[in-house]
Design a protein around this ligand. Structure first.
Ligand SMILES: Cc1cc2nc3c(=O)[nH]c(=O)nc-3n(C[C@H](O)[C@H](O)[C@H](O)COP(=O)(O)OP(=O)(O)OC[C@H]3O[C@@H](n4cnc5c(N)ncnc54)[C@H](O)[C@@H]3O)c2cc1C
Ligand code: SF4
Length: 475
């Protein structure tokens, strides 16, 4: 397995980020891949540890953050092939479990690296970047398409509703297993939150288009601008397909119902990010039409979506950006009840926050603060936000109320779950752990089933639901 002493000889080196001052001038990817020689050295750091924790996603100690790869990726095996320069074999191992590695290797927060044995004393090895090298090499050499063709076709037809990572993953696997798959998507492009959610600088949209084209070549049918239940009746879906998989996501955003919520200038994060990406794609990736020049932007919510909003607002010229987060700031180091291999609950600076620090010369995120009202002008335009400091139980601390200037507020406070209307139309009342529902023709997977999560969970569920449907079709 790789080089047992590699981690002693080579230091961890991530794919370097372009400097914040340069990258805010465009919408291109943030990171630049290492050269091949350095990549092999990074693979050599995988140390033959005996019991790798990296390839099993575990919620150690009942904590809420997963550590290890949720998708059971065969990480030590592909690291070993990478180290030996056997890239095609590395790709073969990677693609056994992950049908969309070009997505995860760009956007996954890499819980595998937190569980890596080298992480006990170091920072873990560069699993995510290694994954990217393998899949990028596979696309460059045209190895991907051949892994998607079925050995033989069955007569069965399966509808997949929603083209996010769960839908794409299930379609890829079902097609490999020989079934005839059609994906329905209500948007004008495929990819779900990969396309309209995650911004271009984290995941260039050409990467998604390339996968869709490959999926078409292996026989998967795609139908866009079709909202199932509205543009096509559920009864027609039943007539045309043997089984139906709902991978419609968890797109209902958490709202903030405080006084002034109806003012102009308050948007949900995904609506804002979607509009920016649509505009960027319309201009052939050159610019976003909307300008925030002269506007004070406040992002409410301190997670990754909030970071995407900060980075997008900066690129379209916001005069100032502030971020409000209700939870307390995490410390610099692990606490005694959060030891390896648990996911480290420590302070981190997201890419958007780093860019804001560069241009505004200050950390823009304020923790332990809650929004209590939106304030407006006579013309019902947002002009400010009233906030109060809170303790760890989210109780207001008296005497801490104050106002912040805001022309635009972006609500990035997570999601409540799936739009249940589709479930009702398919008479789905119960969803079981094995992806089946009370309706024997209908299955549910991805965020629609587990709630808002990560791309890699959606991929795992897509793969598993496909195998479940295959099992049911063959009985
Ligand atoms: C802004 C943002 C950034 C994120 N960044 C990351 C990240 O960096 N890394 C990470 O791992 N995770 C990230 N996530 C989470 C990740 O994107 C989701 O967990 C993942 O996309 C869920 O996949 P899914 O296929 O279940 O659903 P989705 O990606 O939500 O896809 C559902 C699809 O179903 C379609 N649909 C819904 N109803 C219908 C209907 N009736 N007919 C036809 N189509 C329908 C929708 O239009 C959508 O395209 C992010 C989430 C957001 C919001
Ligand atoms: S998908 Fe994510 S967790 Fe799994 S190996 Fe890749 S980077 Fe690690």
């Amino acid at each position: 397995m790789a080089n047992p002493f590699g981690f002693l000889g080579y230091k961890r080196k991530d794919n370097p980020y372009r400097s914040a001052d340069k990258r805010i001038e465009d919408w291109k990817e943030l990171q630049i891949p290492l050269e091949e020689k350095e990549r092999i050295q990074q693979a050599a750091r995988c140390m033959n540890c005996g019991i790798p924790f990296c390839h099993a996603g575990v919620f150690y100690g009942g904590k809420s953050a997963v550590s290890g790869c949720p998708n059971e990726n065969l990480i030590p095996e592909w690291n070993d092939f990478l180290y030996r320069g056997e890239y095609k074999k590395a790709f073969e191992r990677l693609s056994r479990t992950n049908p969309l590695p070009e997505m995860t290797s760009r956007v996954c927060p890499a819980p595998c690296e937190k569980a890596c044995t080298e992480g006990l004393n170091g920072e873990g090895i560069t699993i995510c970047d290694n994954e990217r090298f393998i899949i990028d090499t596979a696309f460059e050499n045209d190895w991907v398409e051949e892994t998607g063709h079925p050995v033989e076709r069955t007569k069965f037809r399966v509808a997949v509703i929603g083209s996010g990572p769960a839908g794409l993953s299930s379609a890829w696997r079902l097609n490999q297993l020989g079934h005839n798959v059609t994906i329905f998507e209500k948007e004008d492009r495929f990819g779900g939150l990969l396309m309209y959610g995650i911004p271009n600088m984290k995941l260039e949209k050409a990467v998604i288009e390339r996968r869709i084209e490959t999926m078409k070549k292996v026989g998967i049918q795609f139908k866009k601008n079709v909202e199932v239940g509205k543009d096509i009746k559920v009864s027609e879906i039943y007539q045309q397909f043997d089984h139906i998989i709902l991978t419609n996501g968890a797109g209902v955003p958490r709202d903030l119902n405080v006084p002034g919520r109806n003012l102009k200038g308050i948007y949900f994060a995904v609506d804002f990010l979607t509009a920016a990406t649509k505009s960027l794609l319309k201009s052939d990736q050159k610019q976003v039409e909307e300008s925030l020049a002269g506007k004070n932007v406040v992002v409410i919510g301190g997670g990754d979506t909030g970071n995407d909003c900060i980075a997008t607002a900066i690129r379209i010229g916001a005069k100032s950006v502030k971020q409000l987060e209700i939870t307390q700031q995490l410390g610099e180091n692990r606490t005694s009840d959060n030891s390896w291999p648990e996911y480290p609950m420590v302070k981190k600076l997201g890419y958007g926050q780093e860019e804001a620090l560069e241009i505004f010369n200050e950390e823009i995120t304020e923790h332990a603060v809650s929004t209590i009202a939106f304030l407006g002008t006579e013309t019902k335009q947002l002009s400010g936000i009233e906030v109060v400091k809170v303790n760890s139980q989210f109780e207001s601390i008296s005497g801490t109320k104050r106002k912040i200037k805001a022309d635009i507020a972006l609500l990035a406070m997570g999601f409540l779950g799936a739009d249940e209307a589709l479930f009702h139309q398919f008479s789905v009342q119960e969803i079981f752990d094995n992806y089946e529902t009370n309706n024997t023709k209908v299955y549910v997977a991805g965020d629609a089933k587990r709630g808002p999560s990560l791309v890699i969970w959606a991929i795992l569920e897509g793969r598993k639901v496909a195998e479940k449907v295959d099992e049911m079709l063959r009985v």
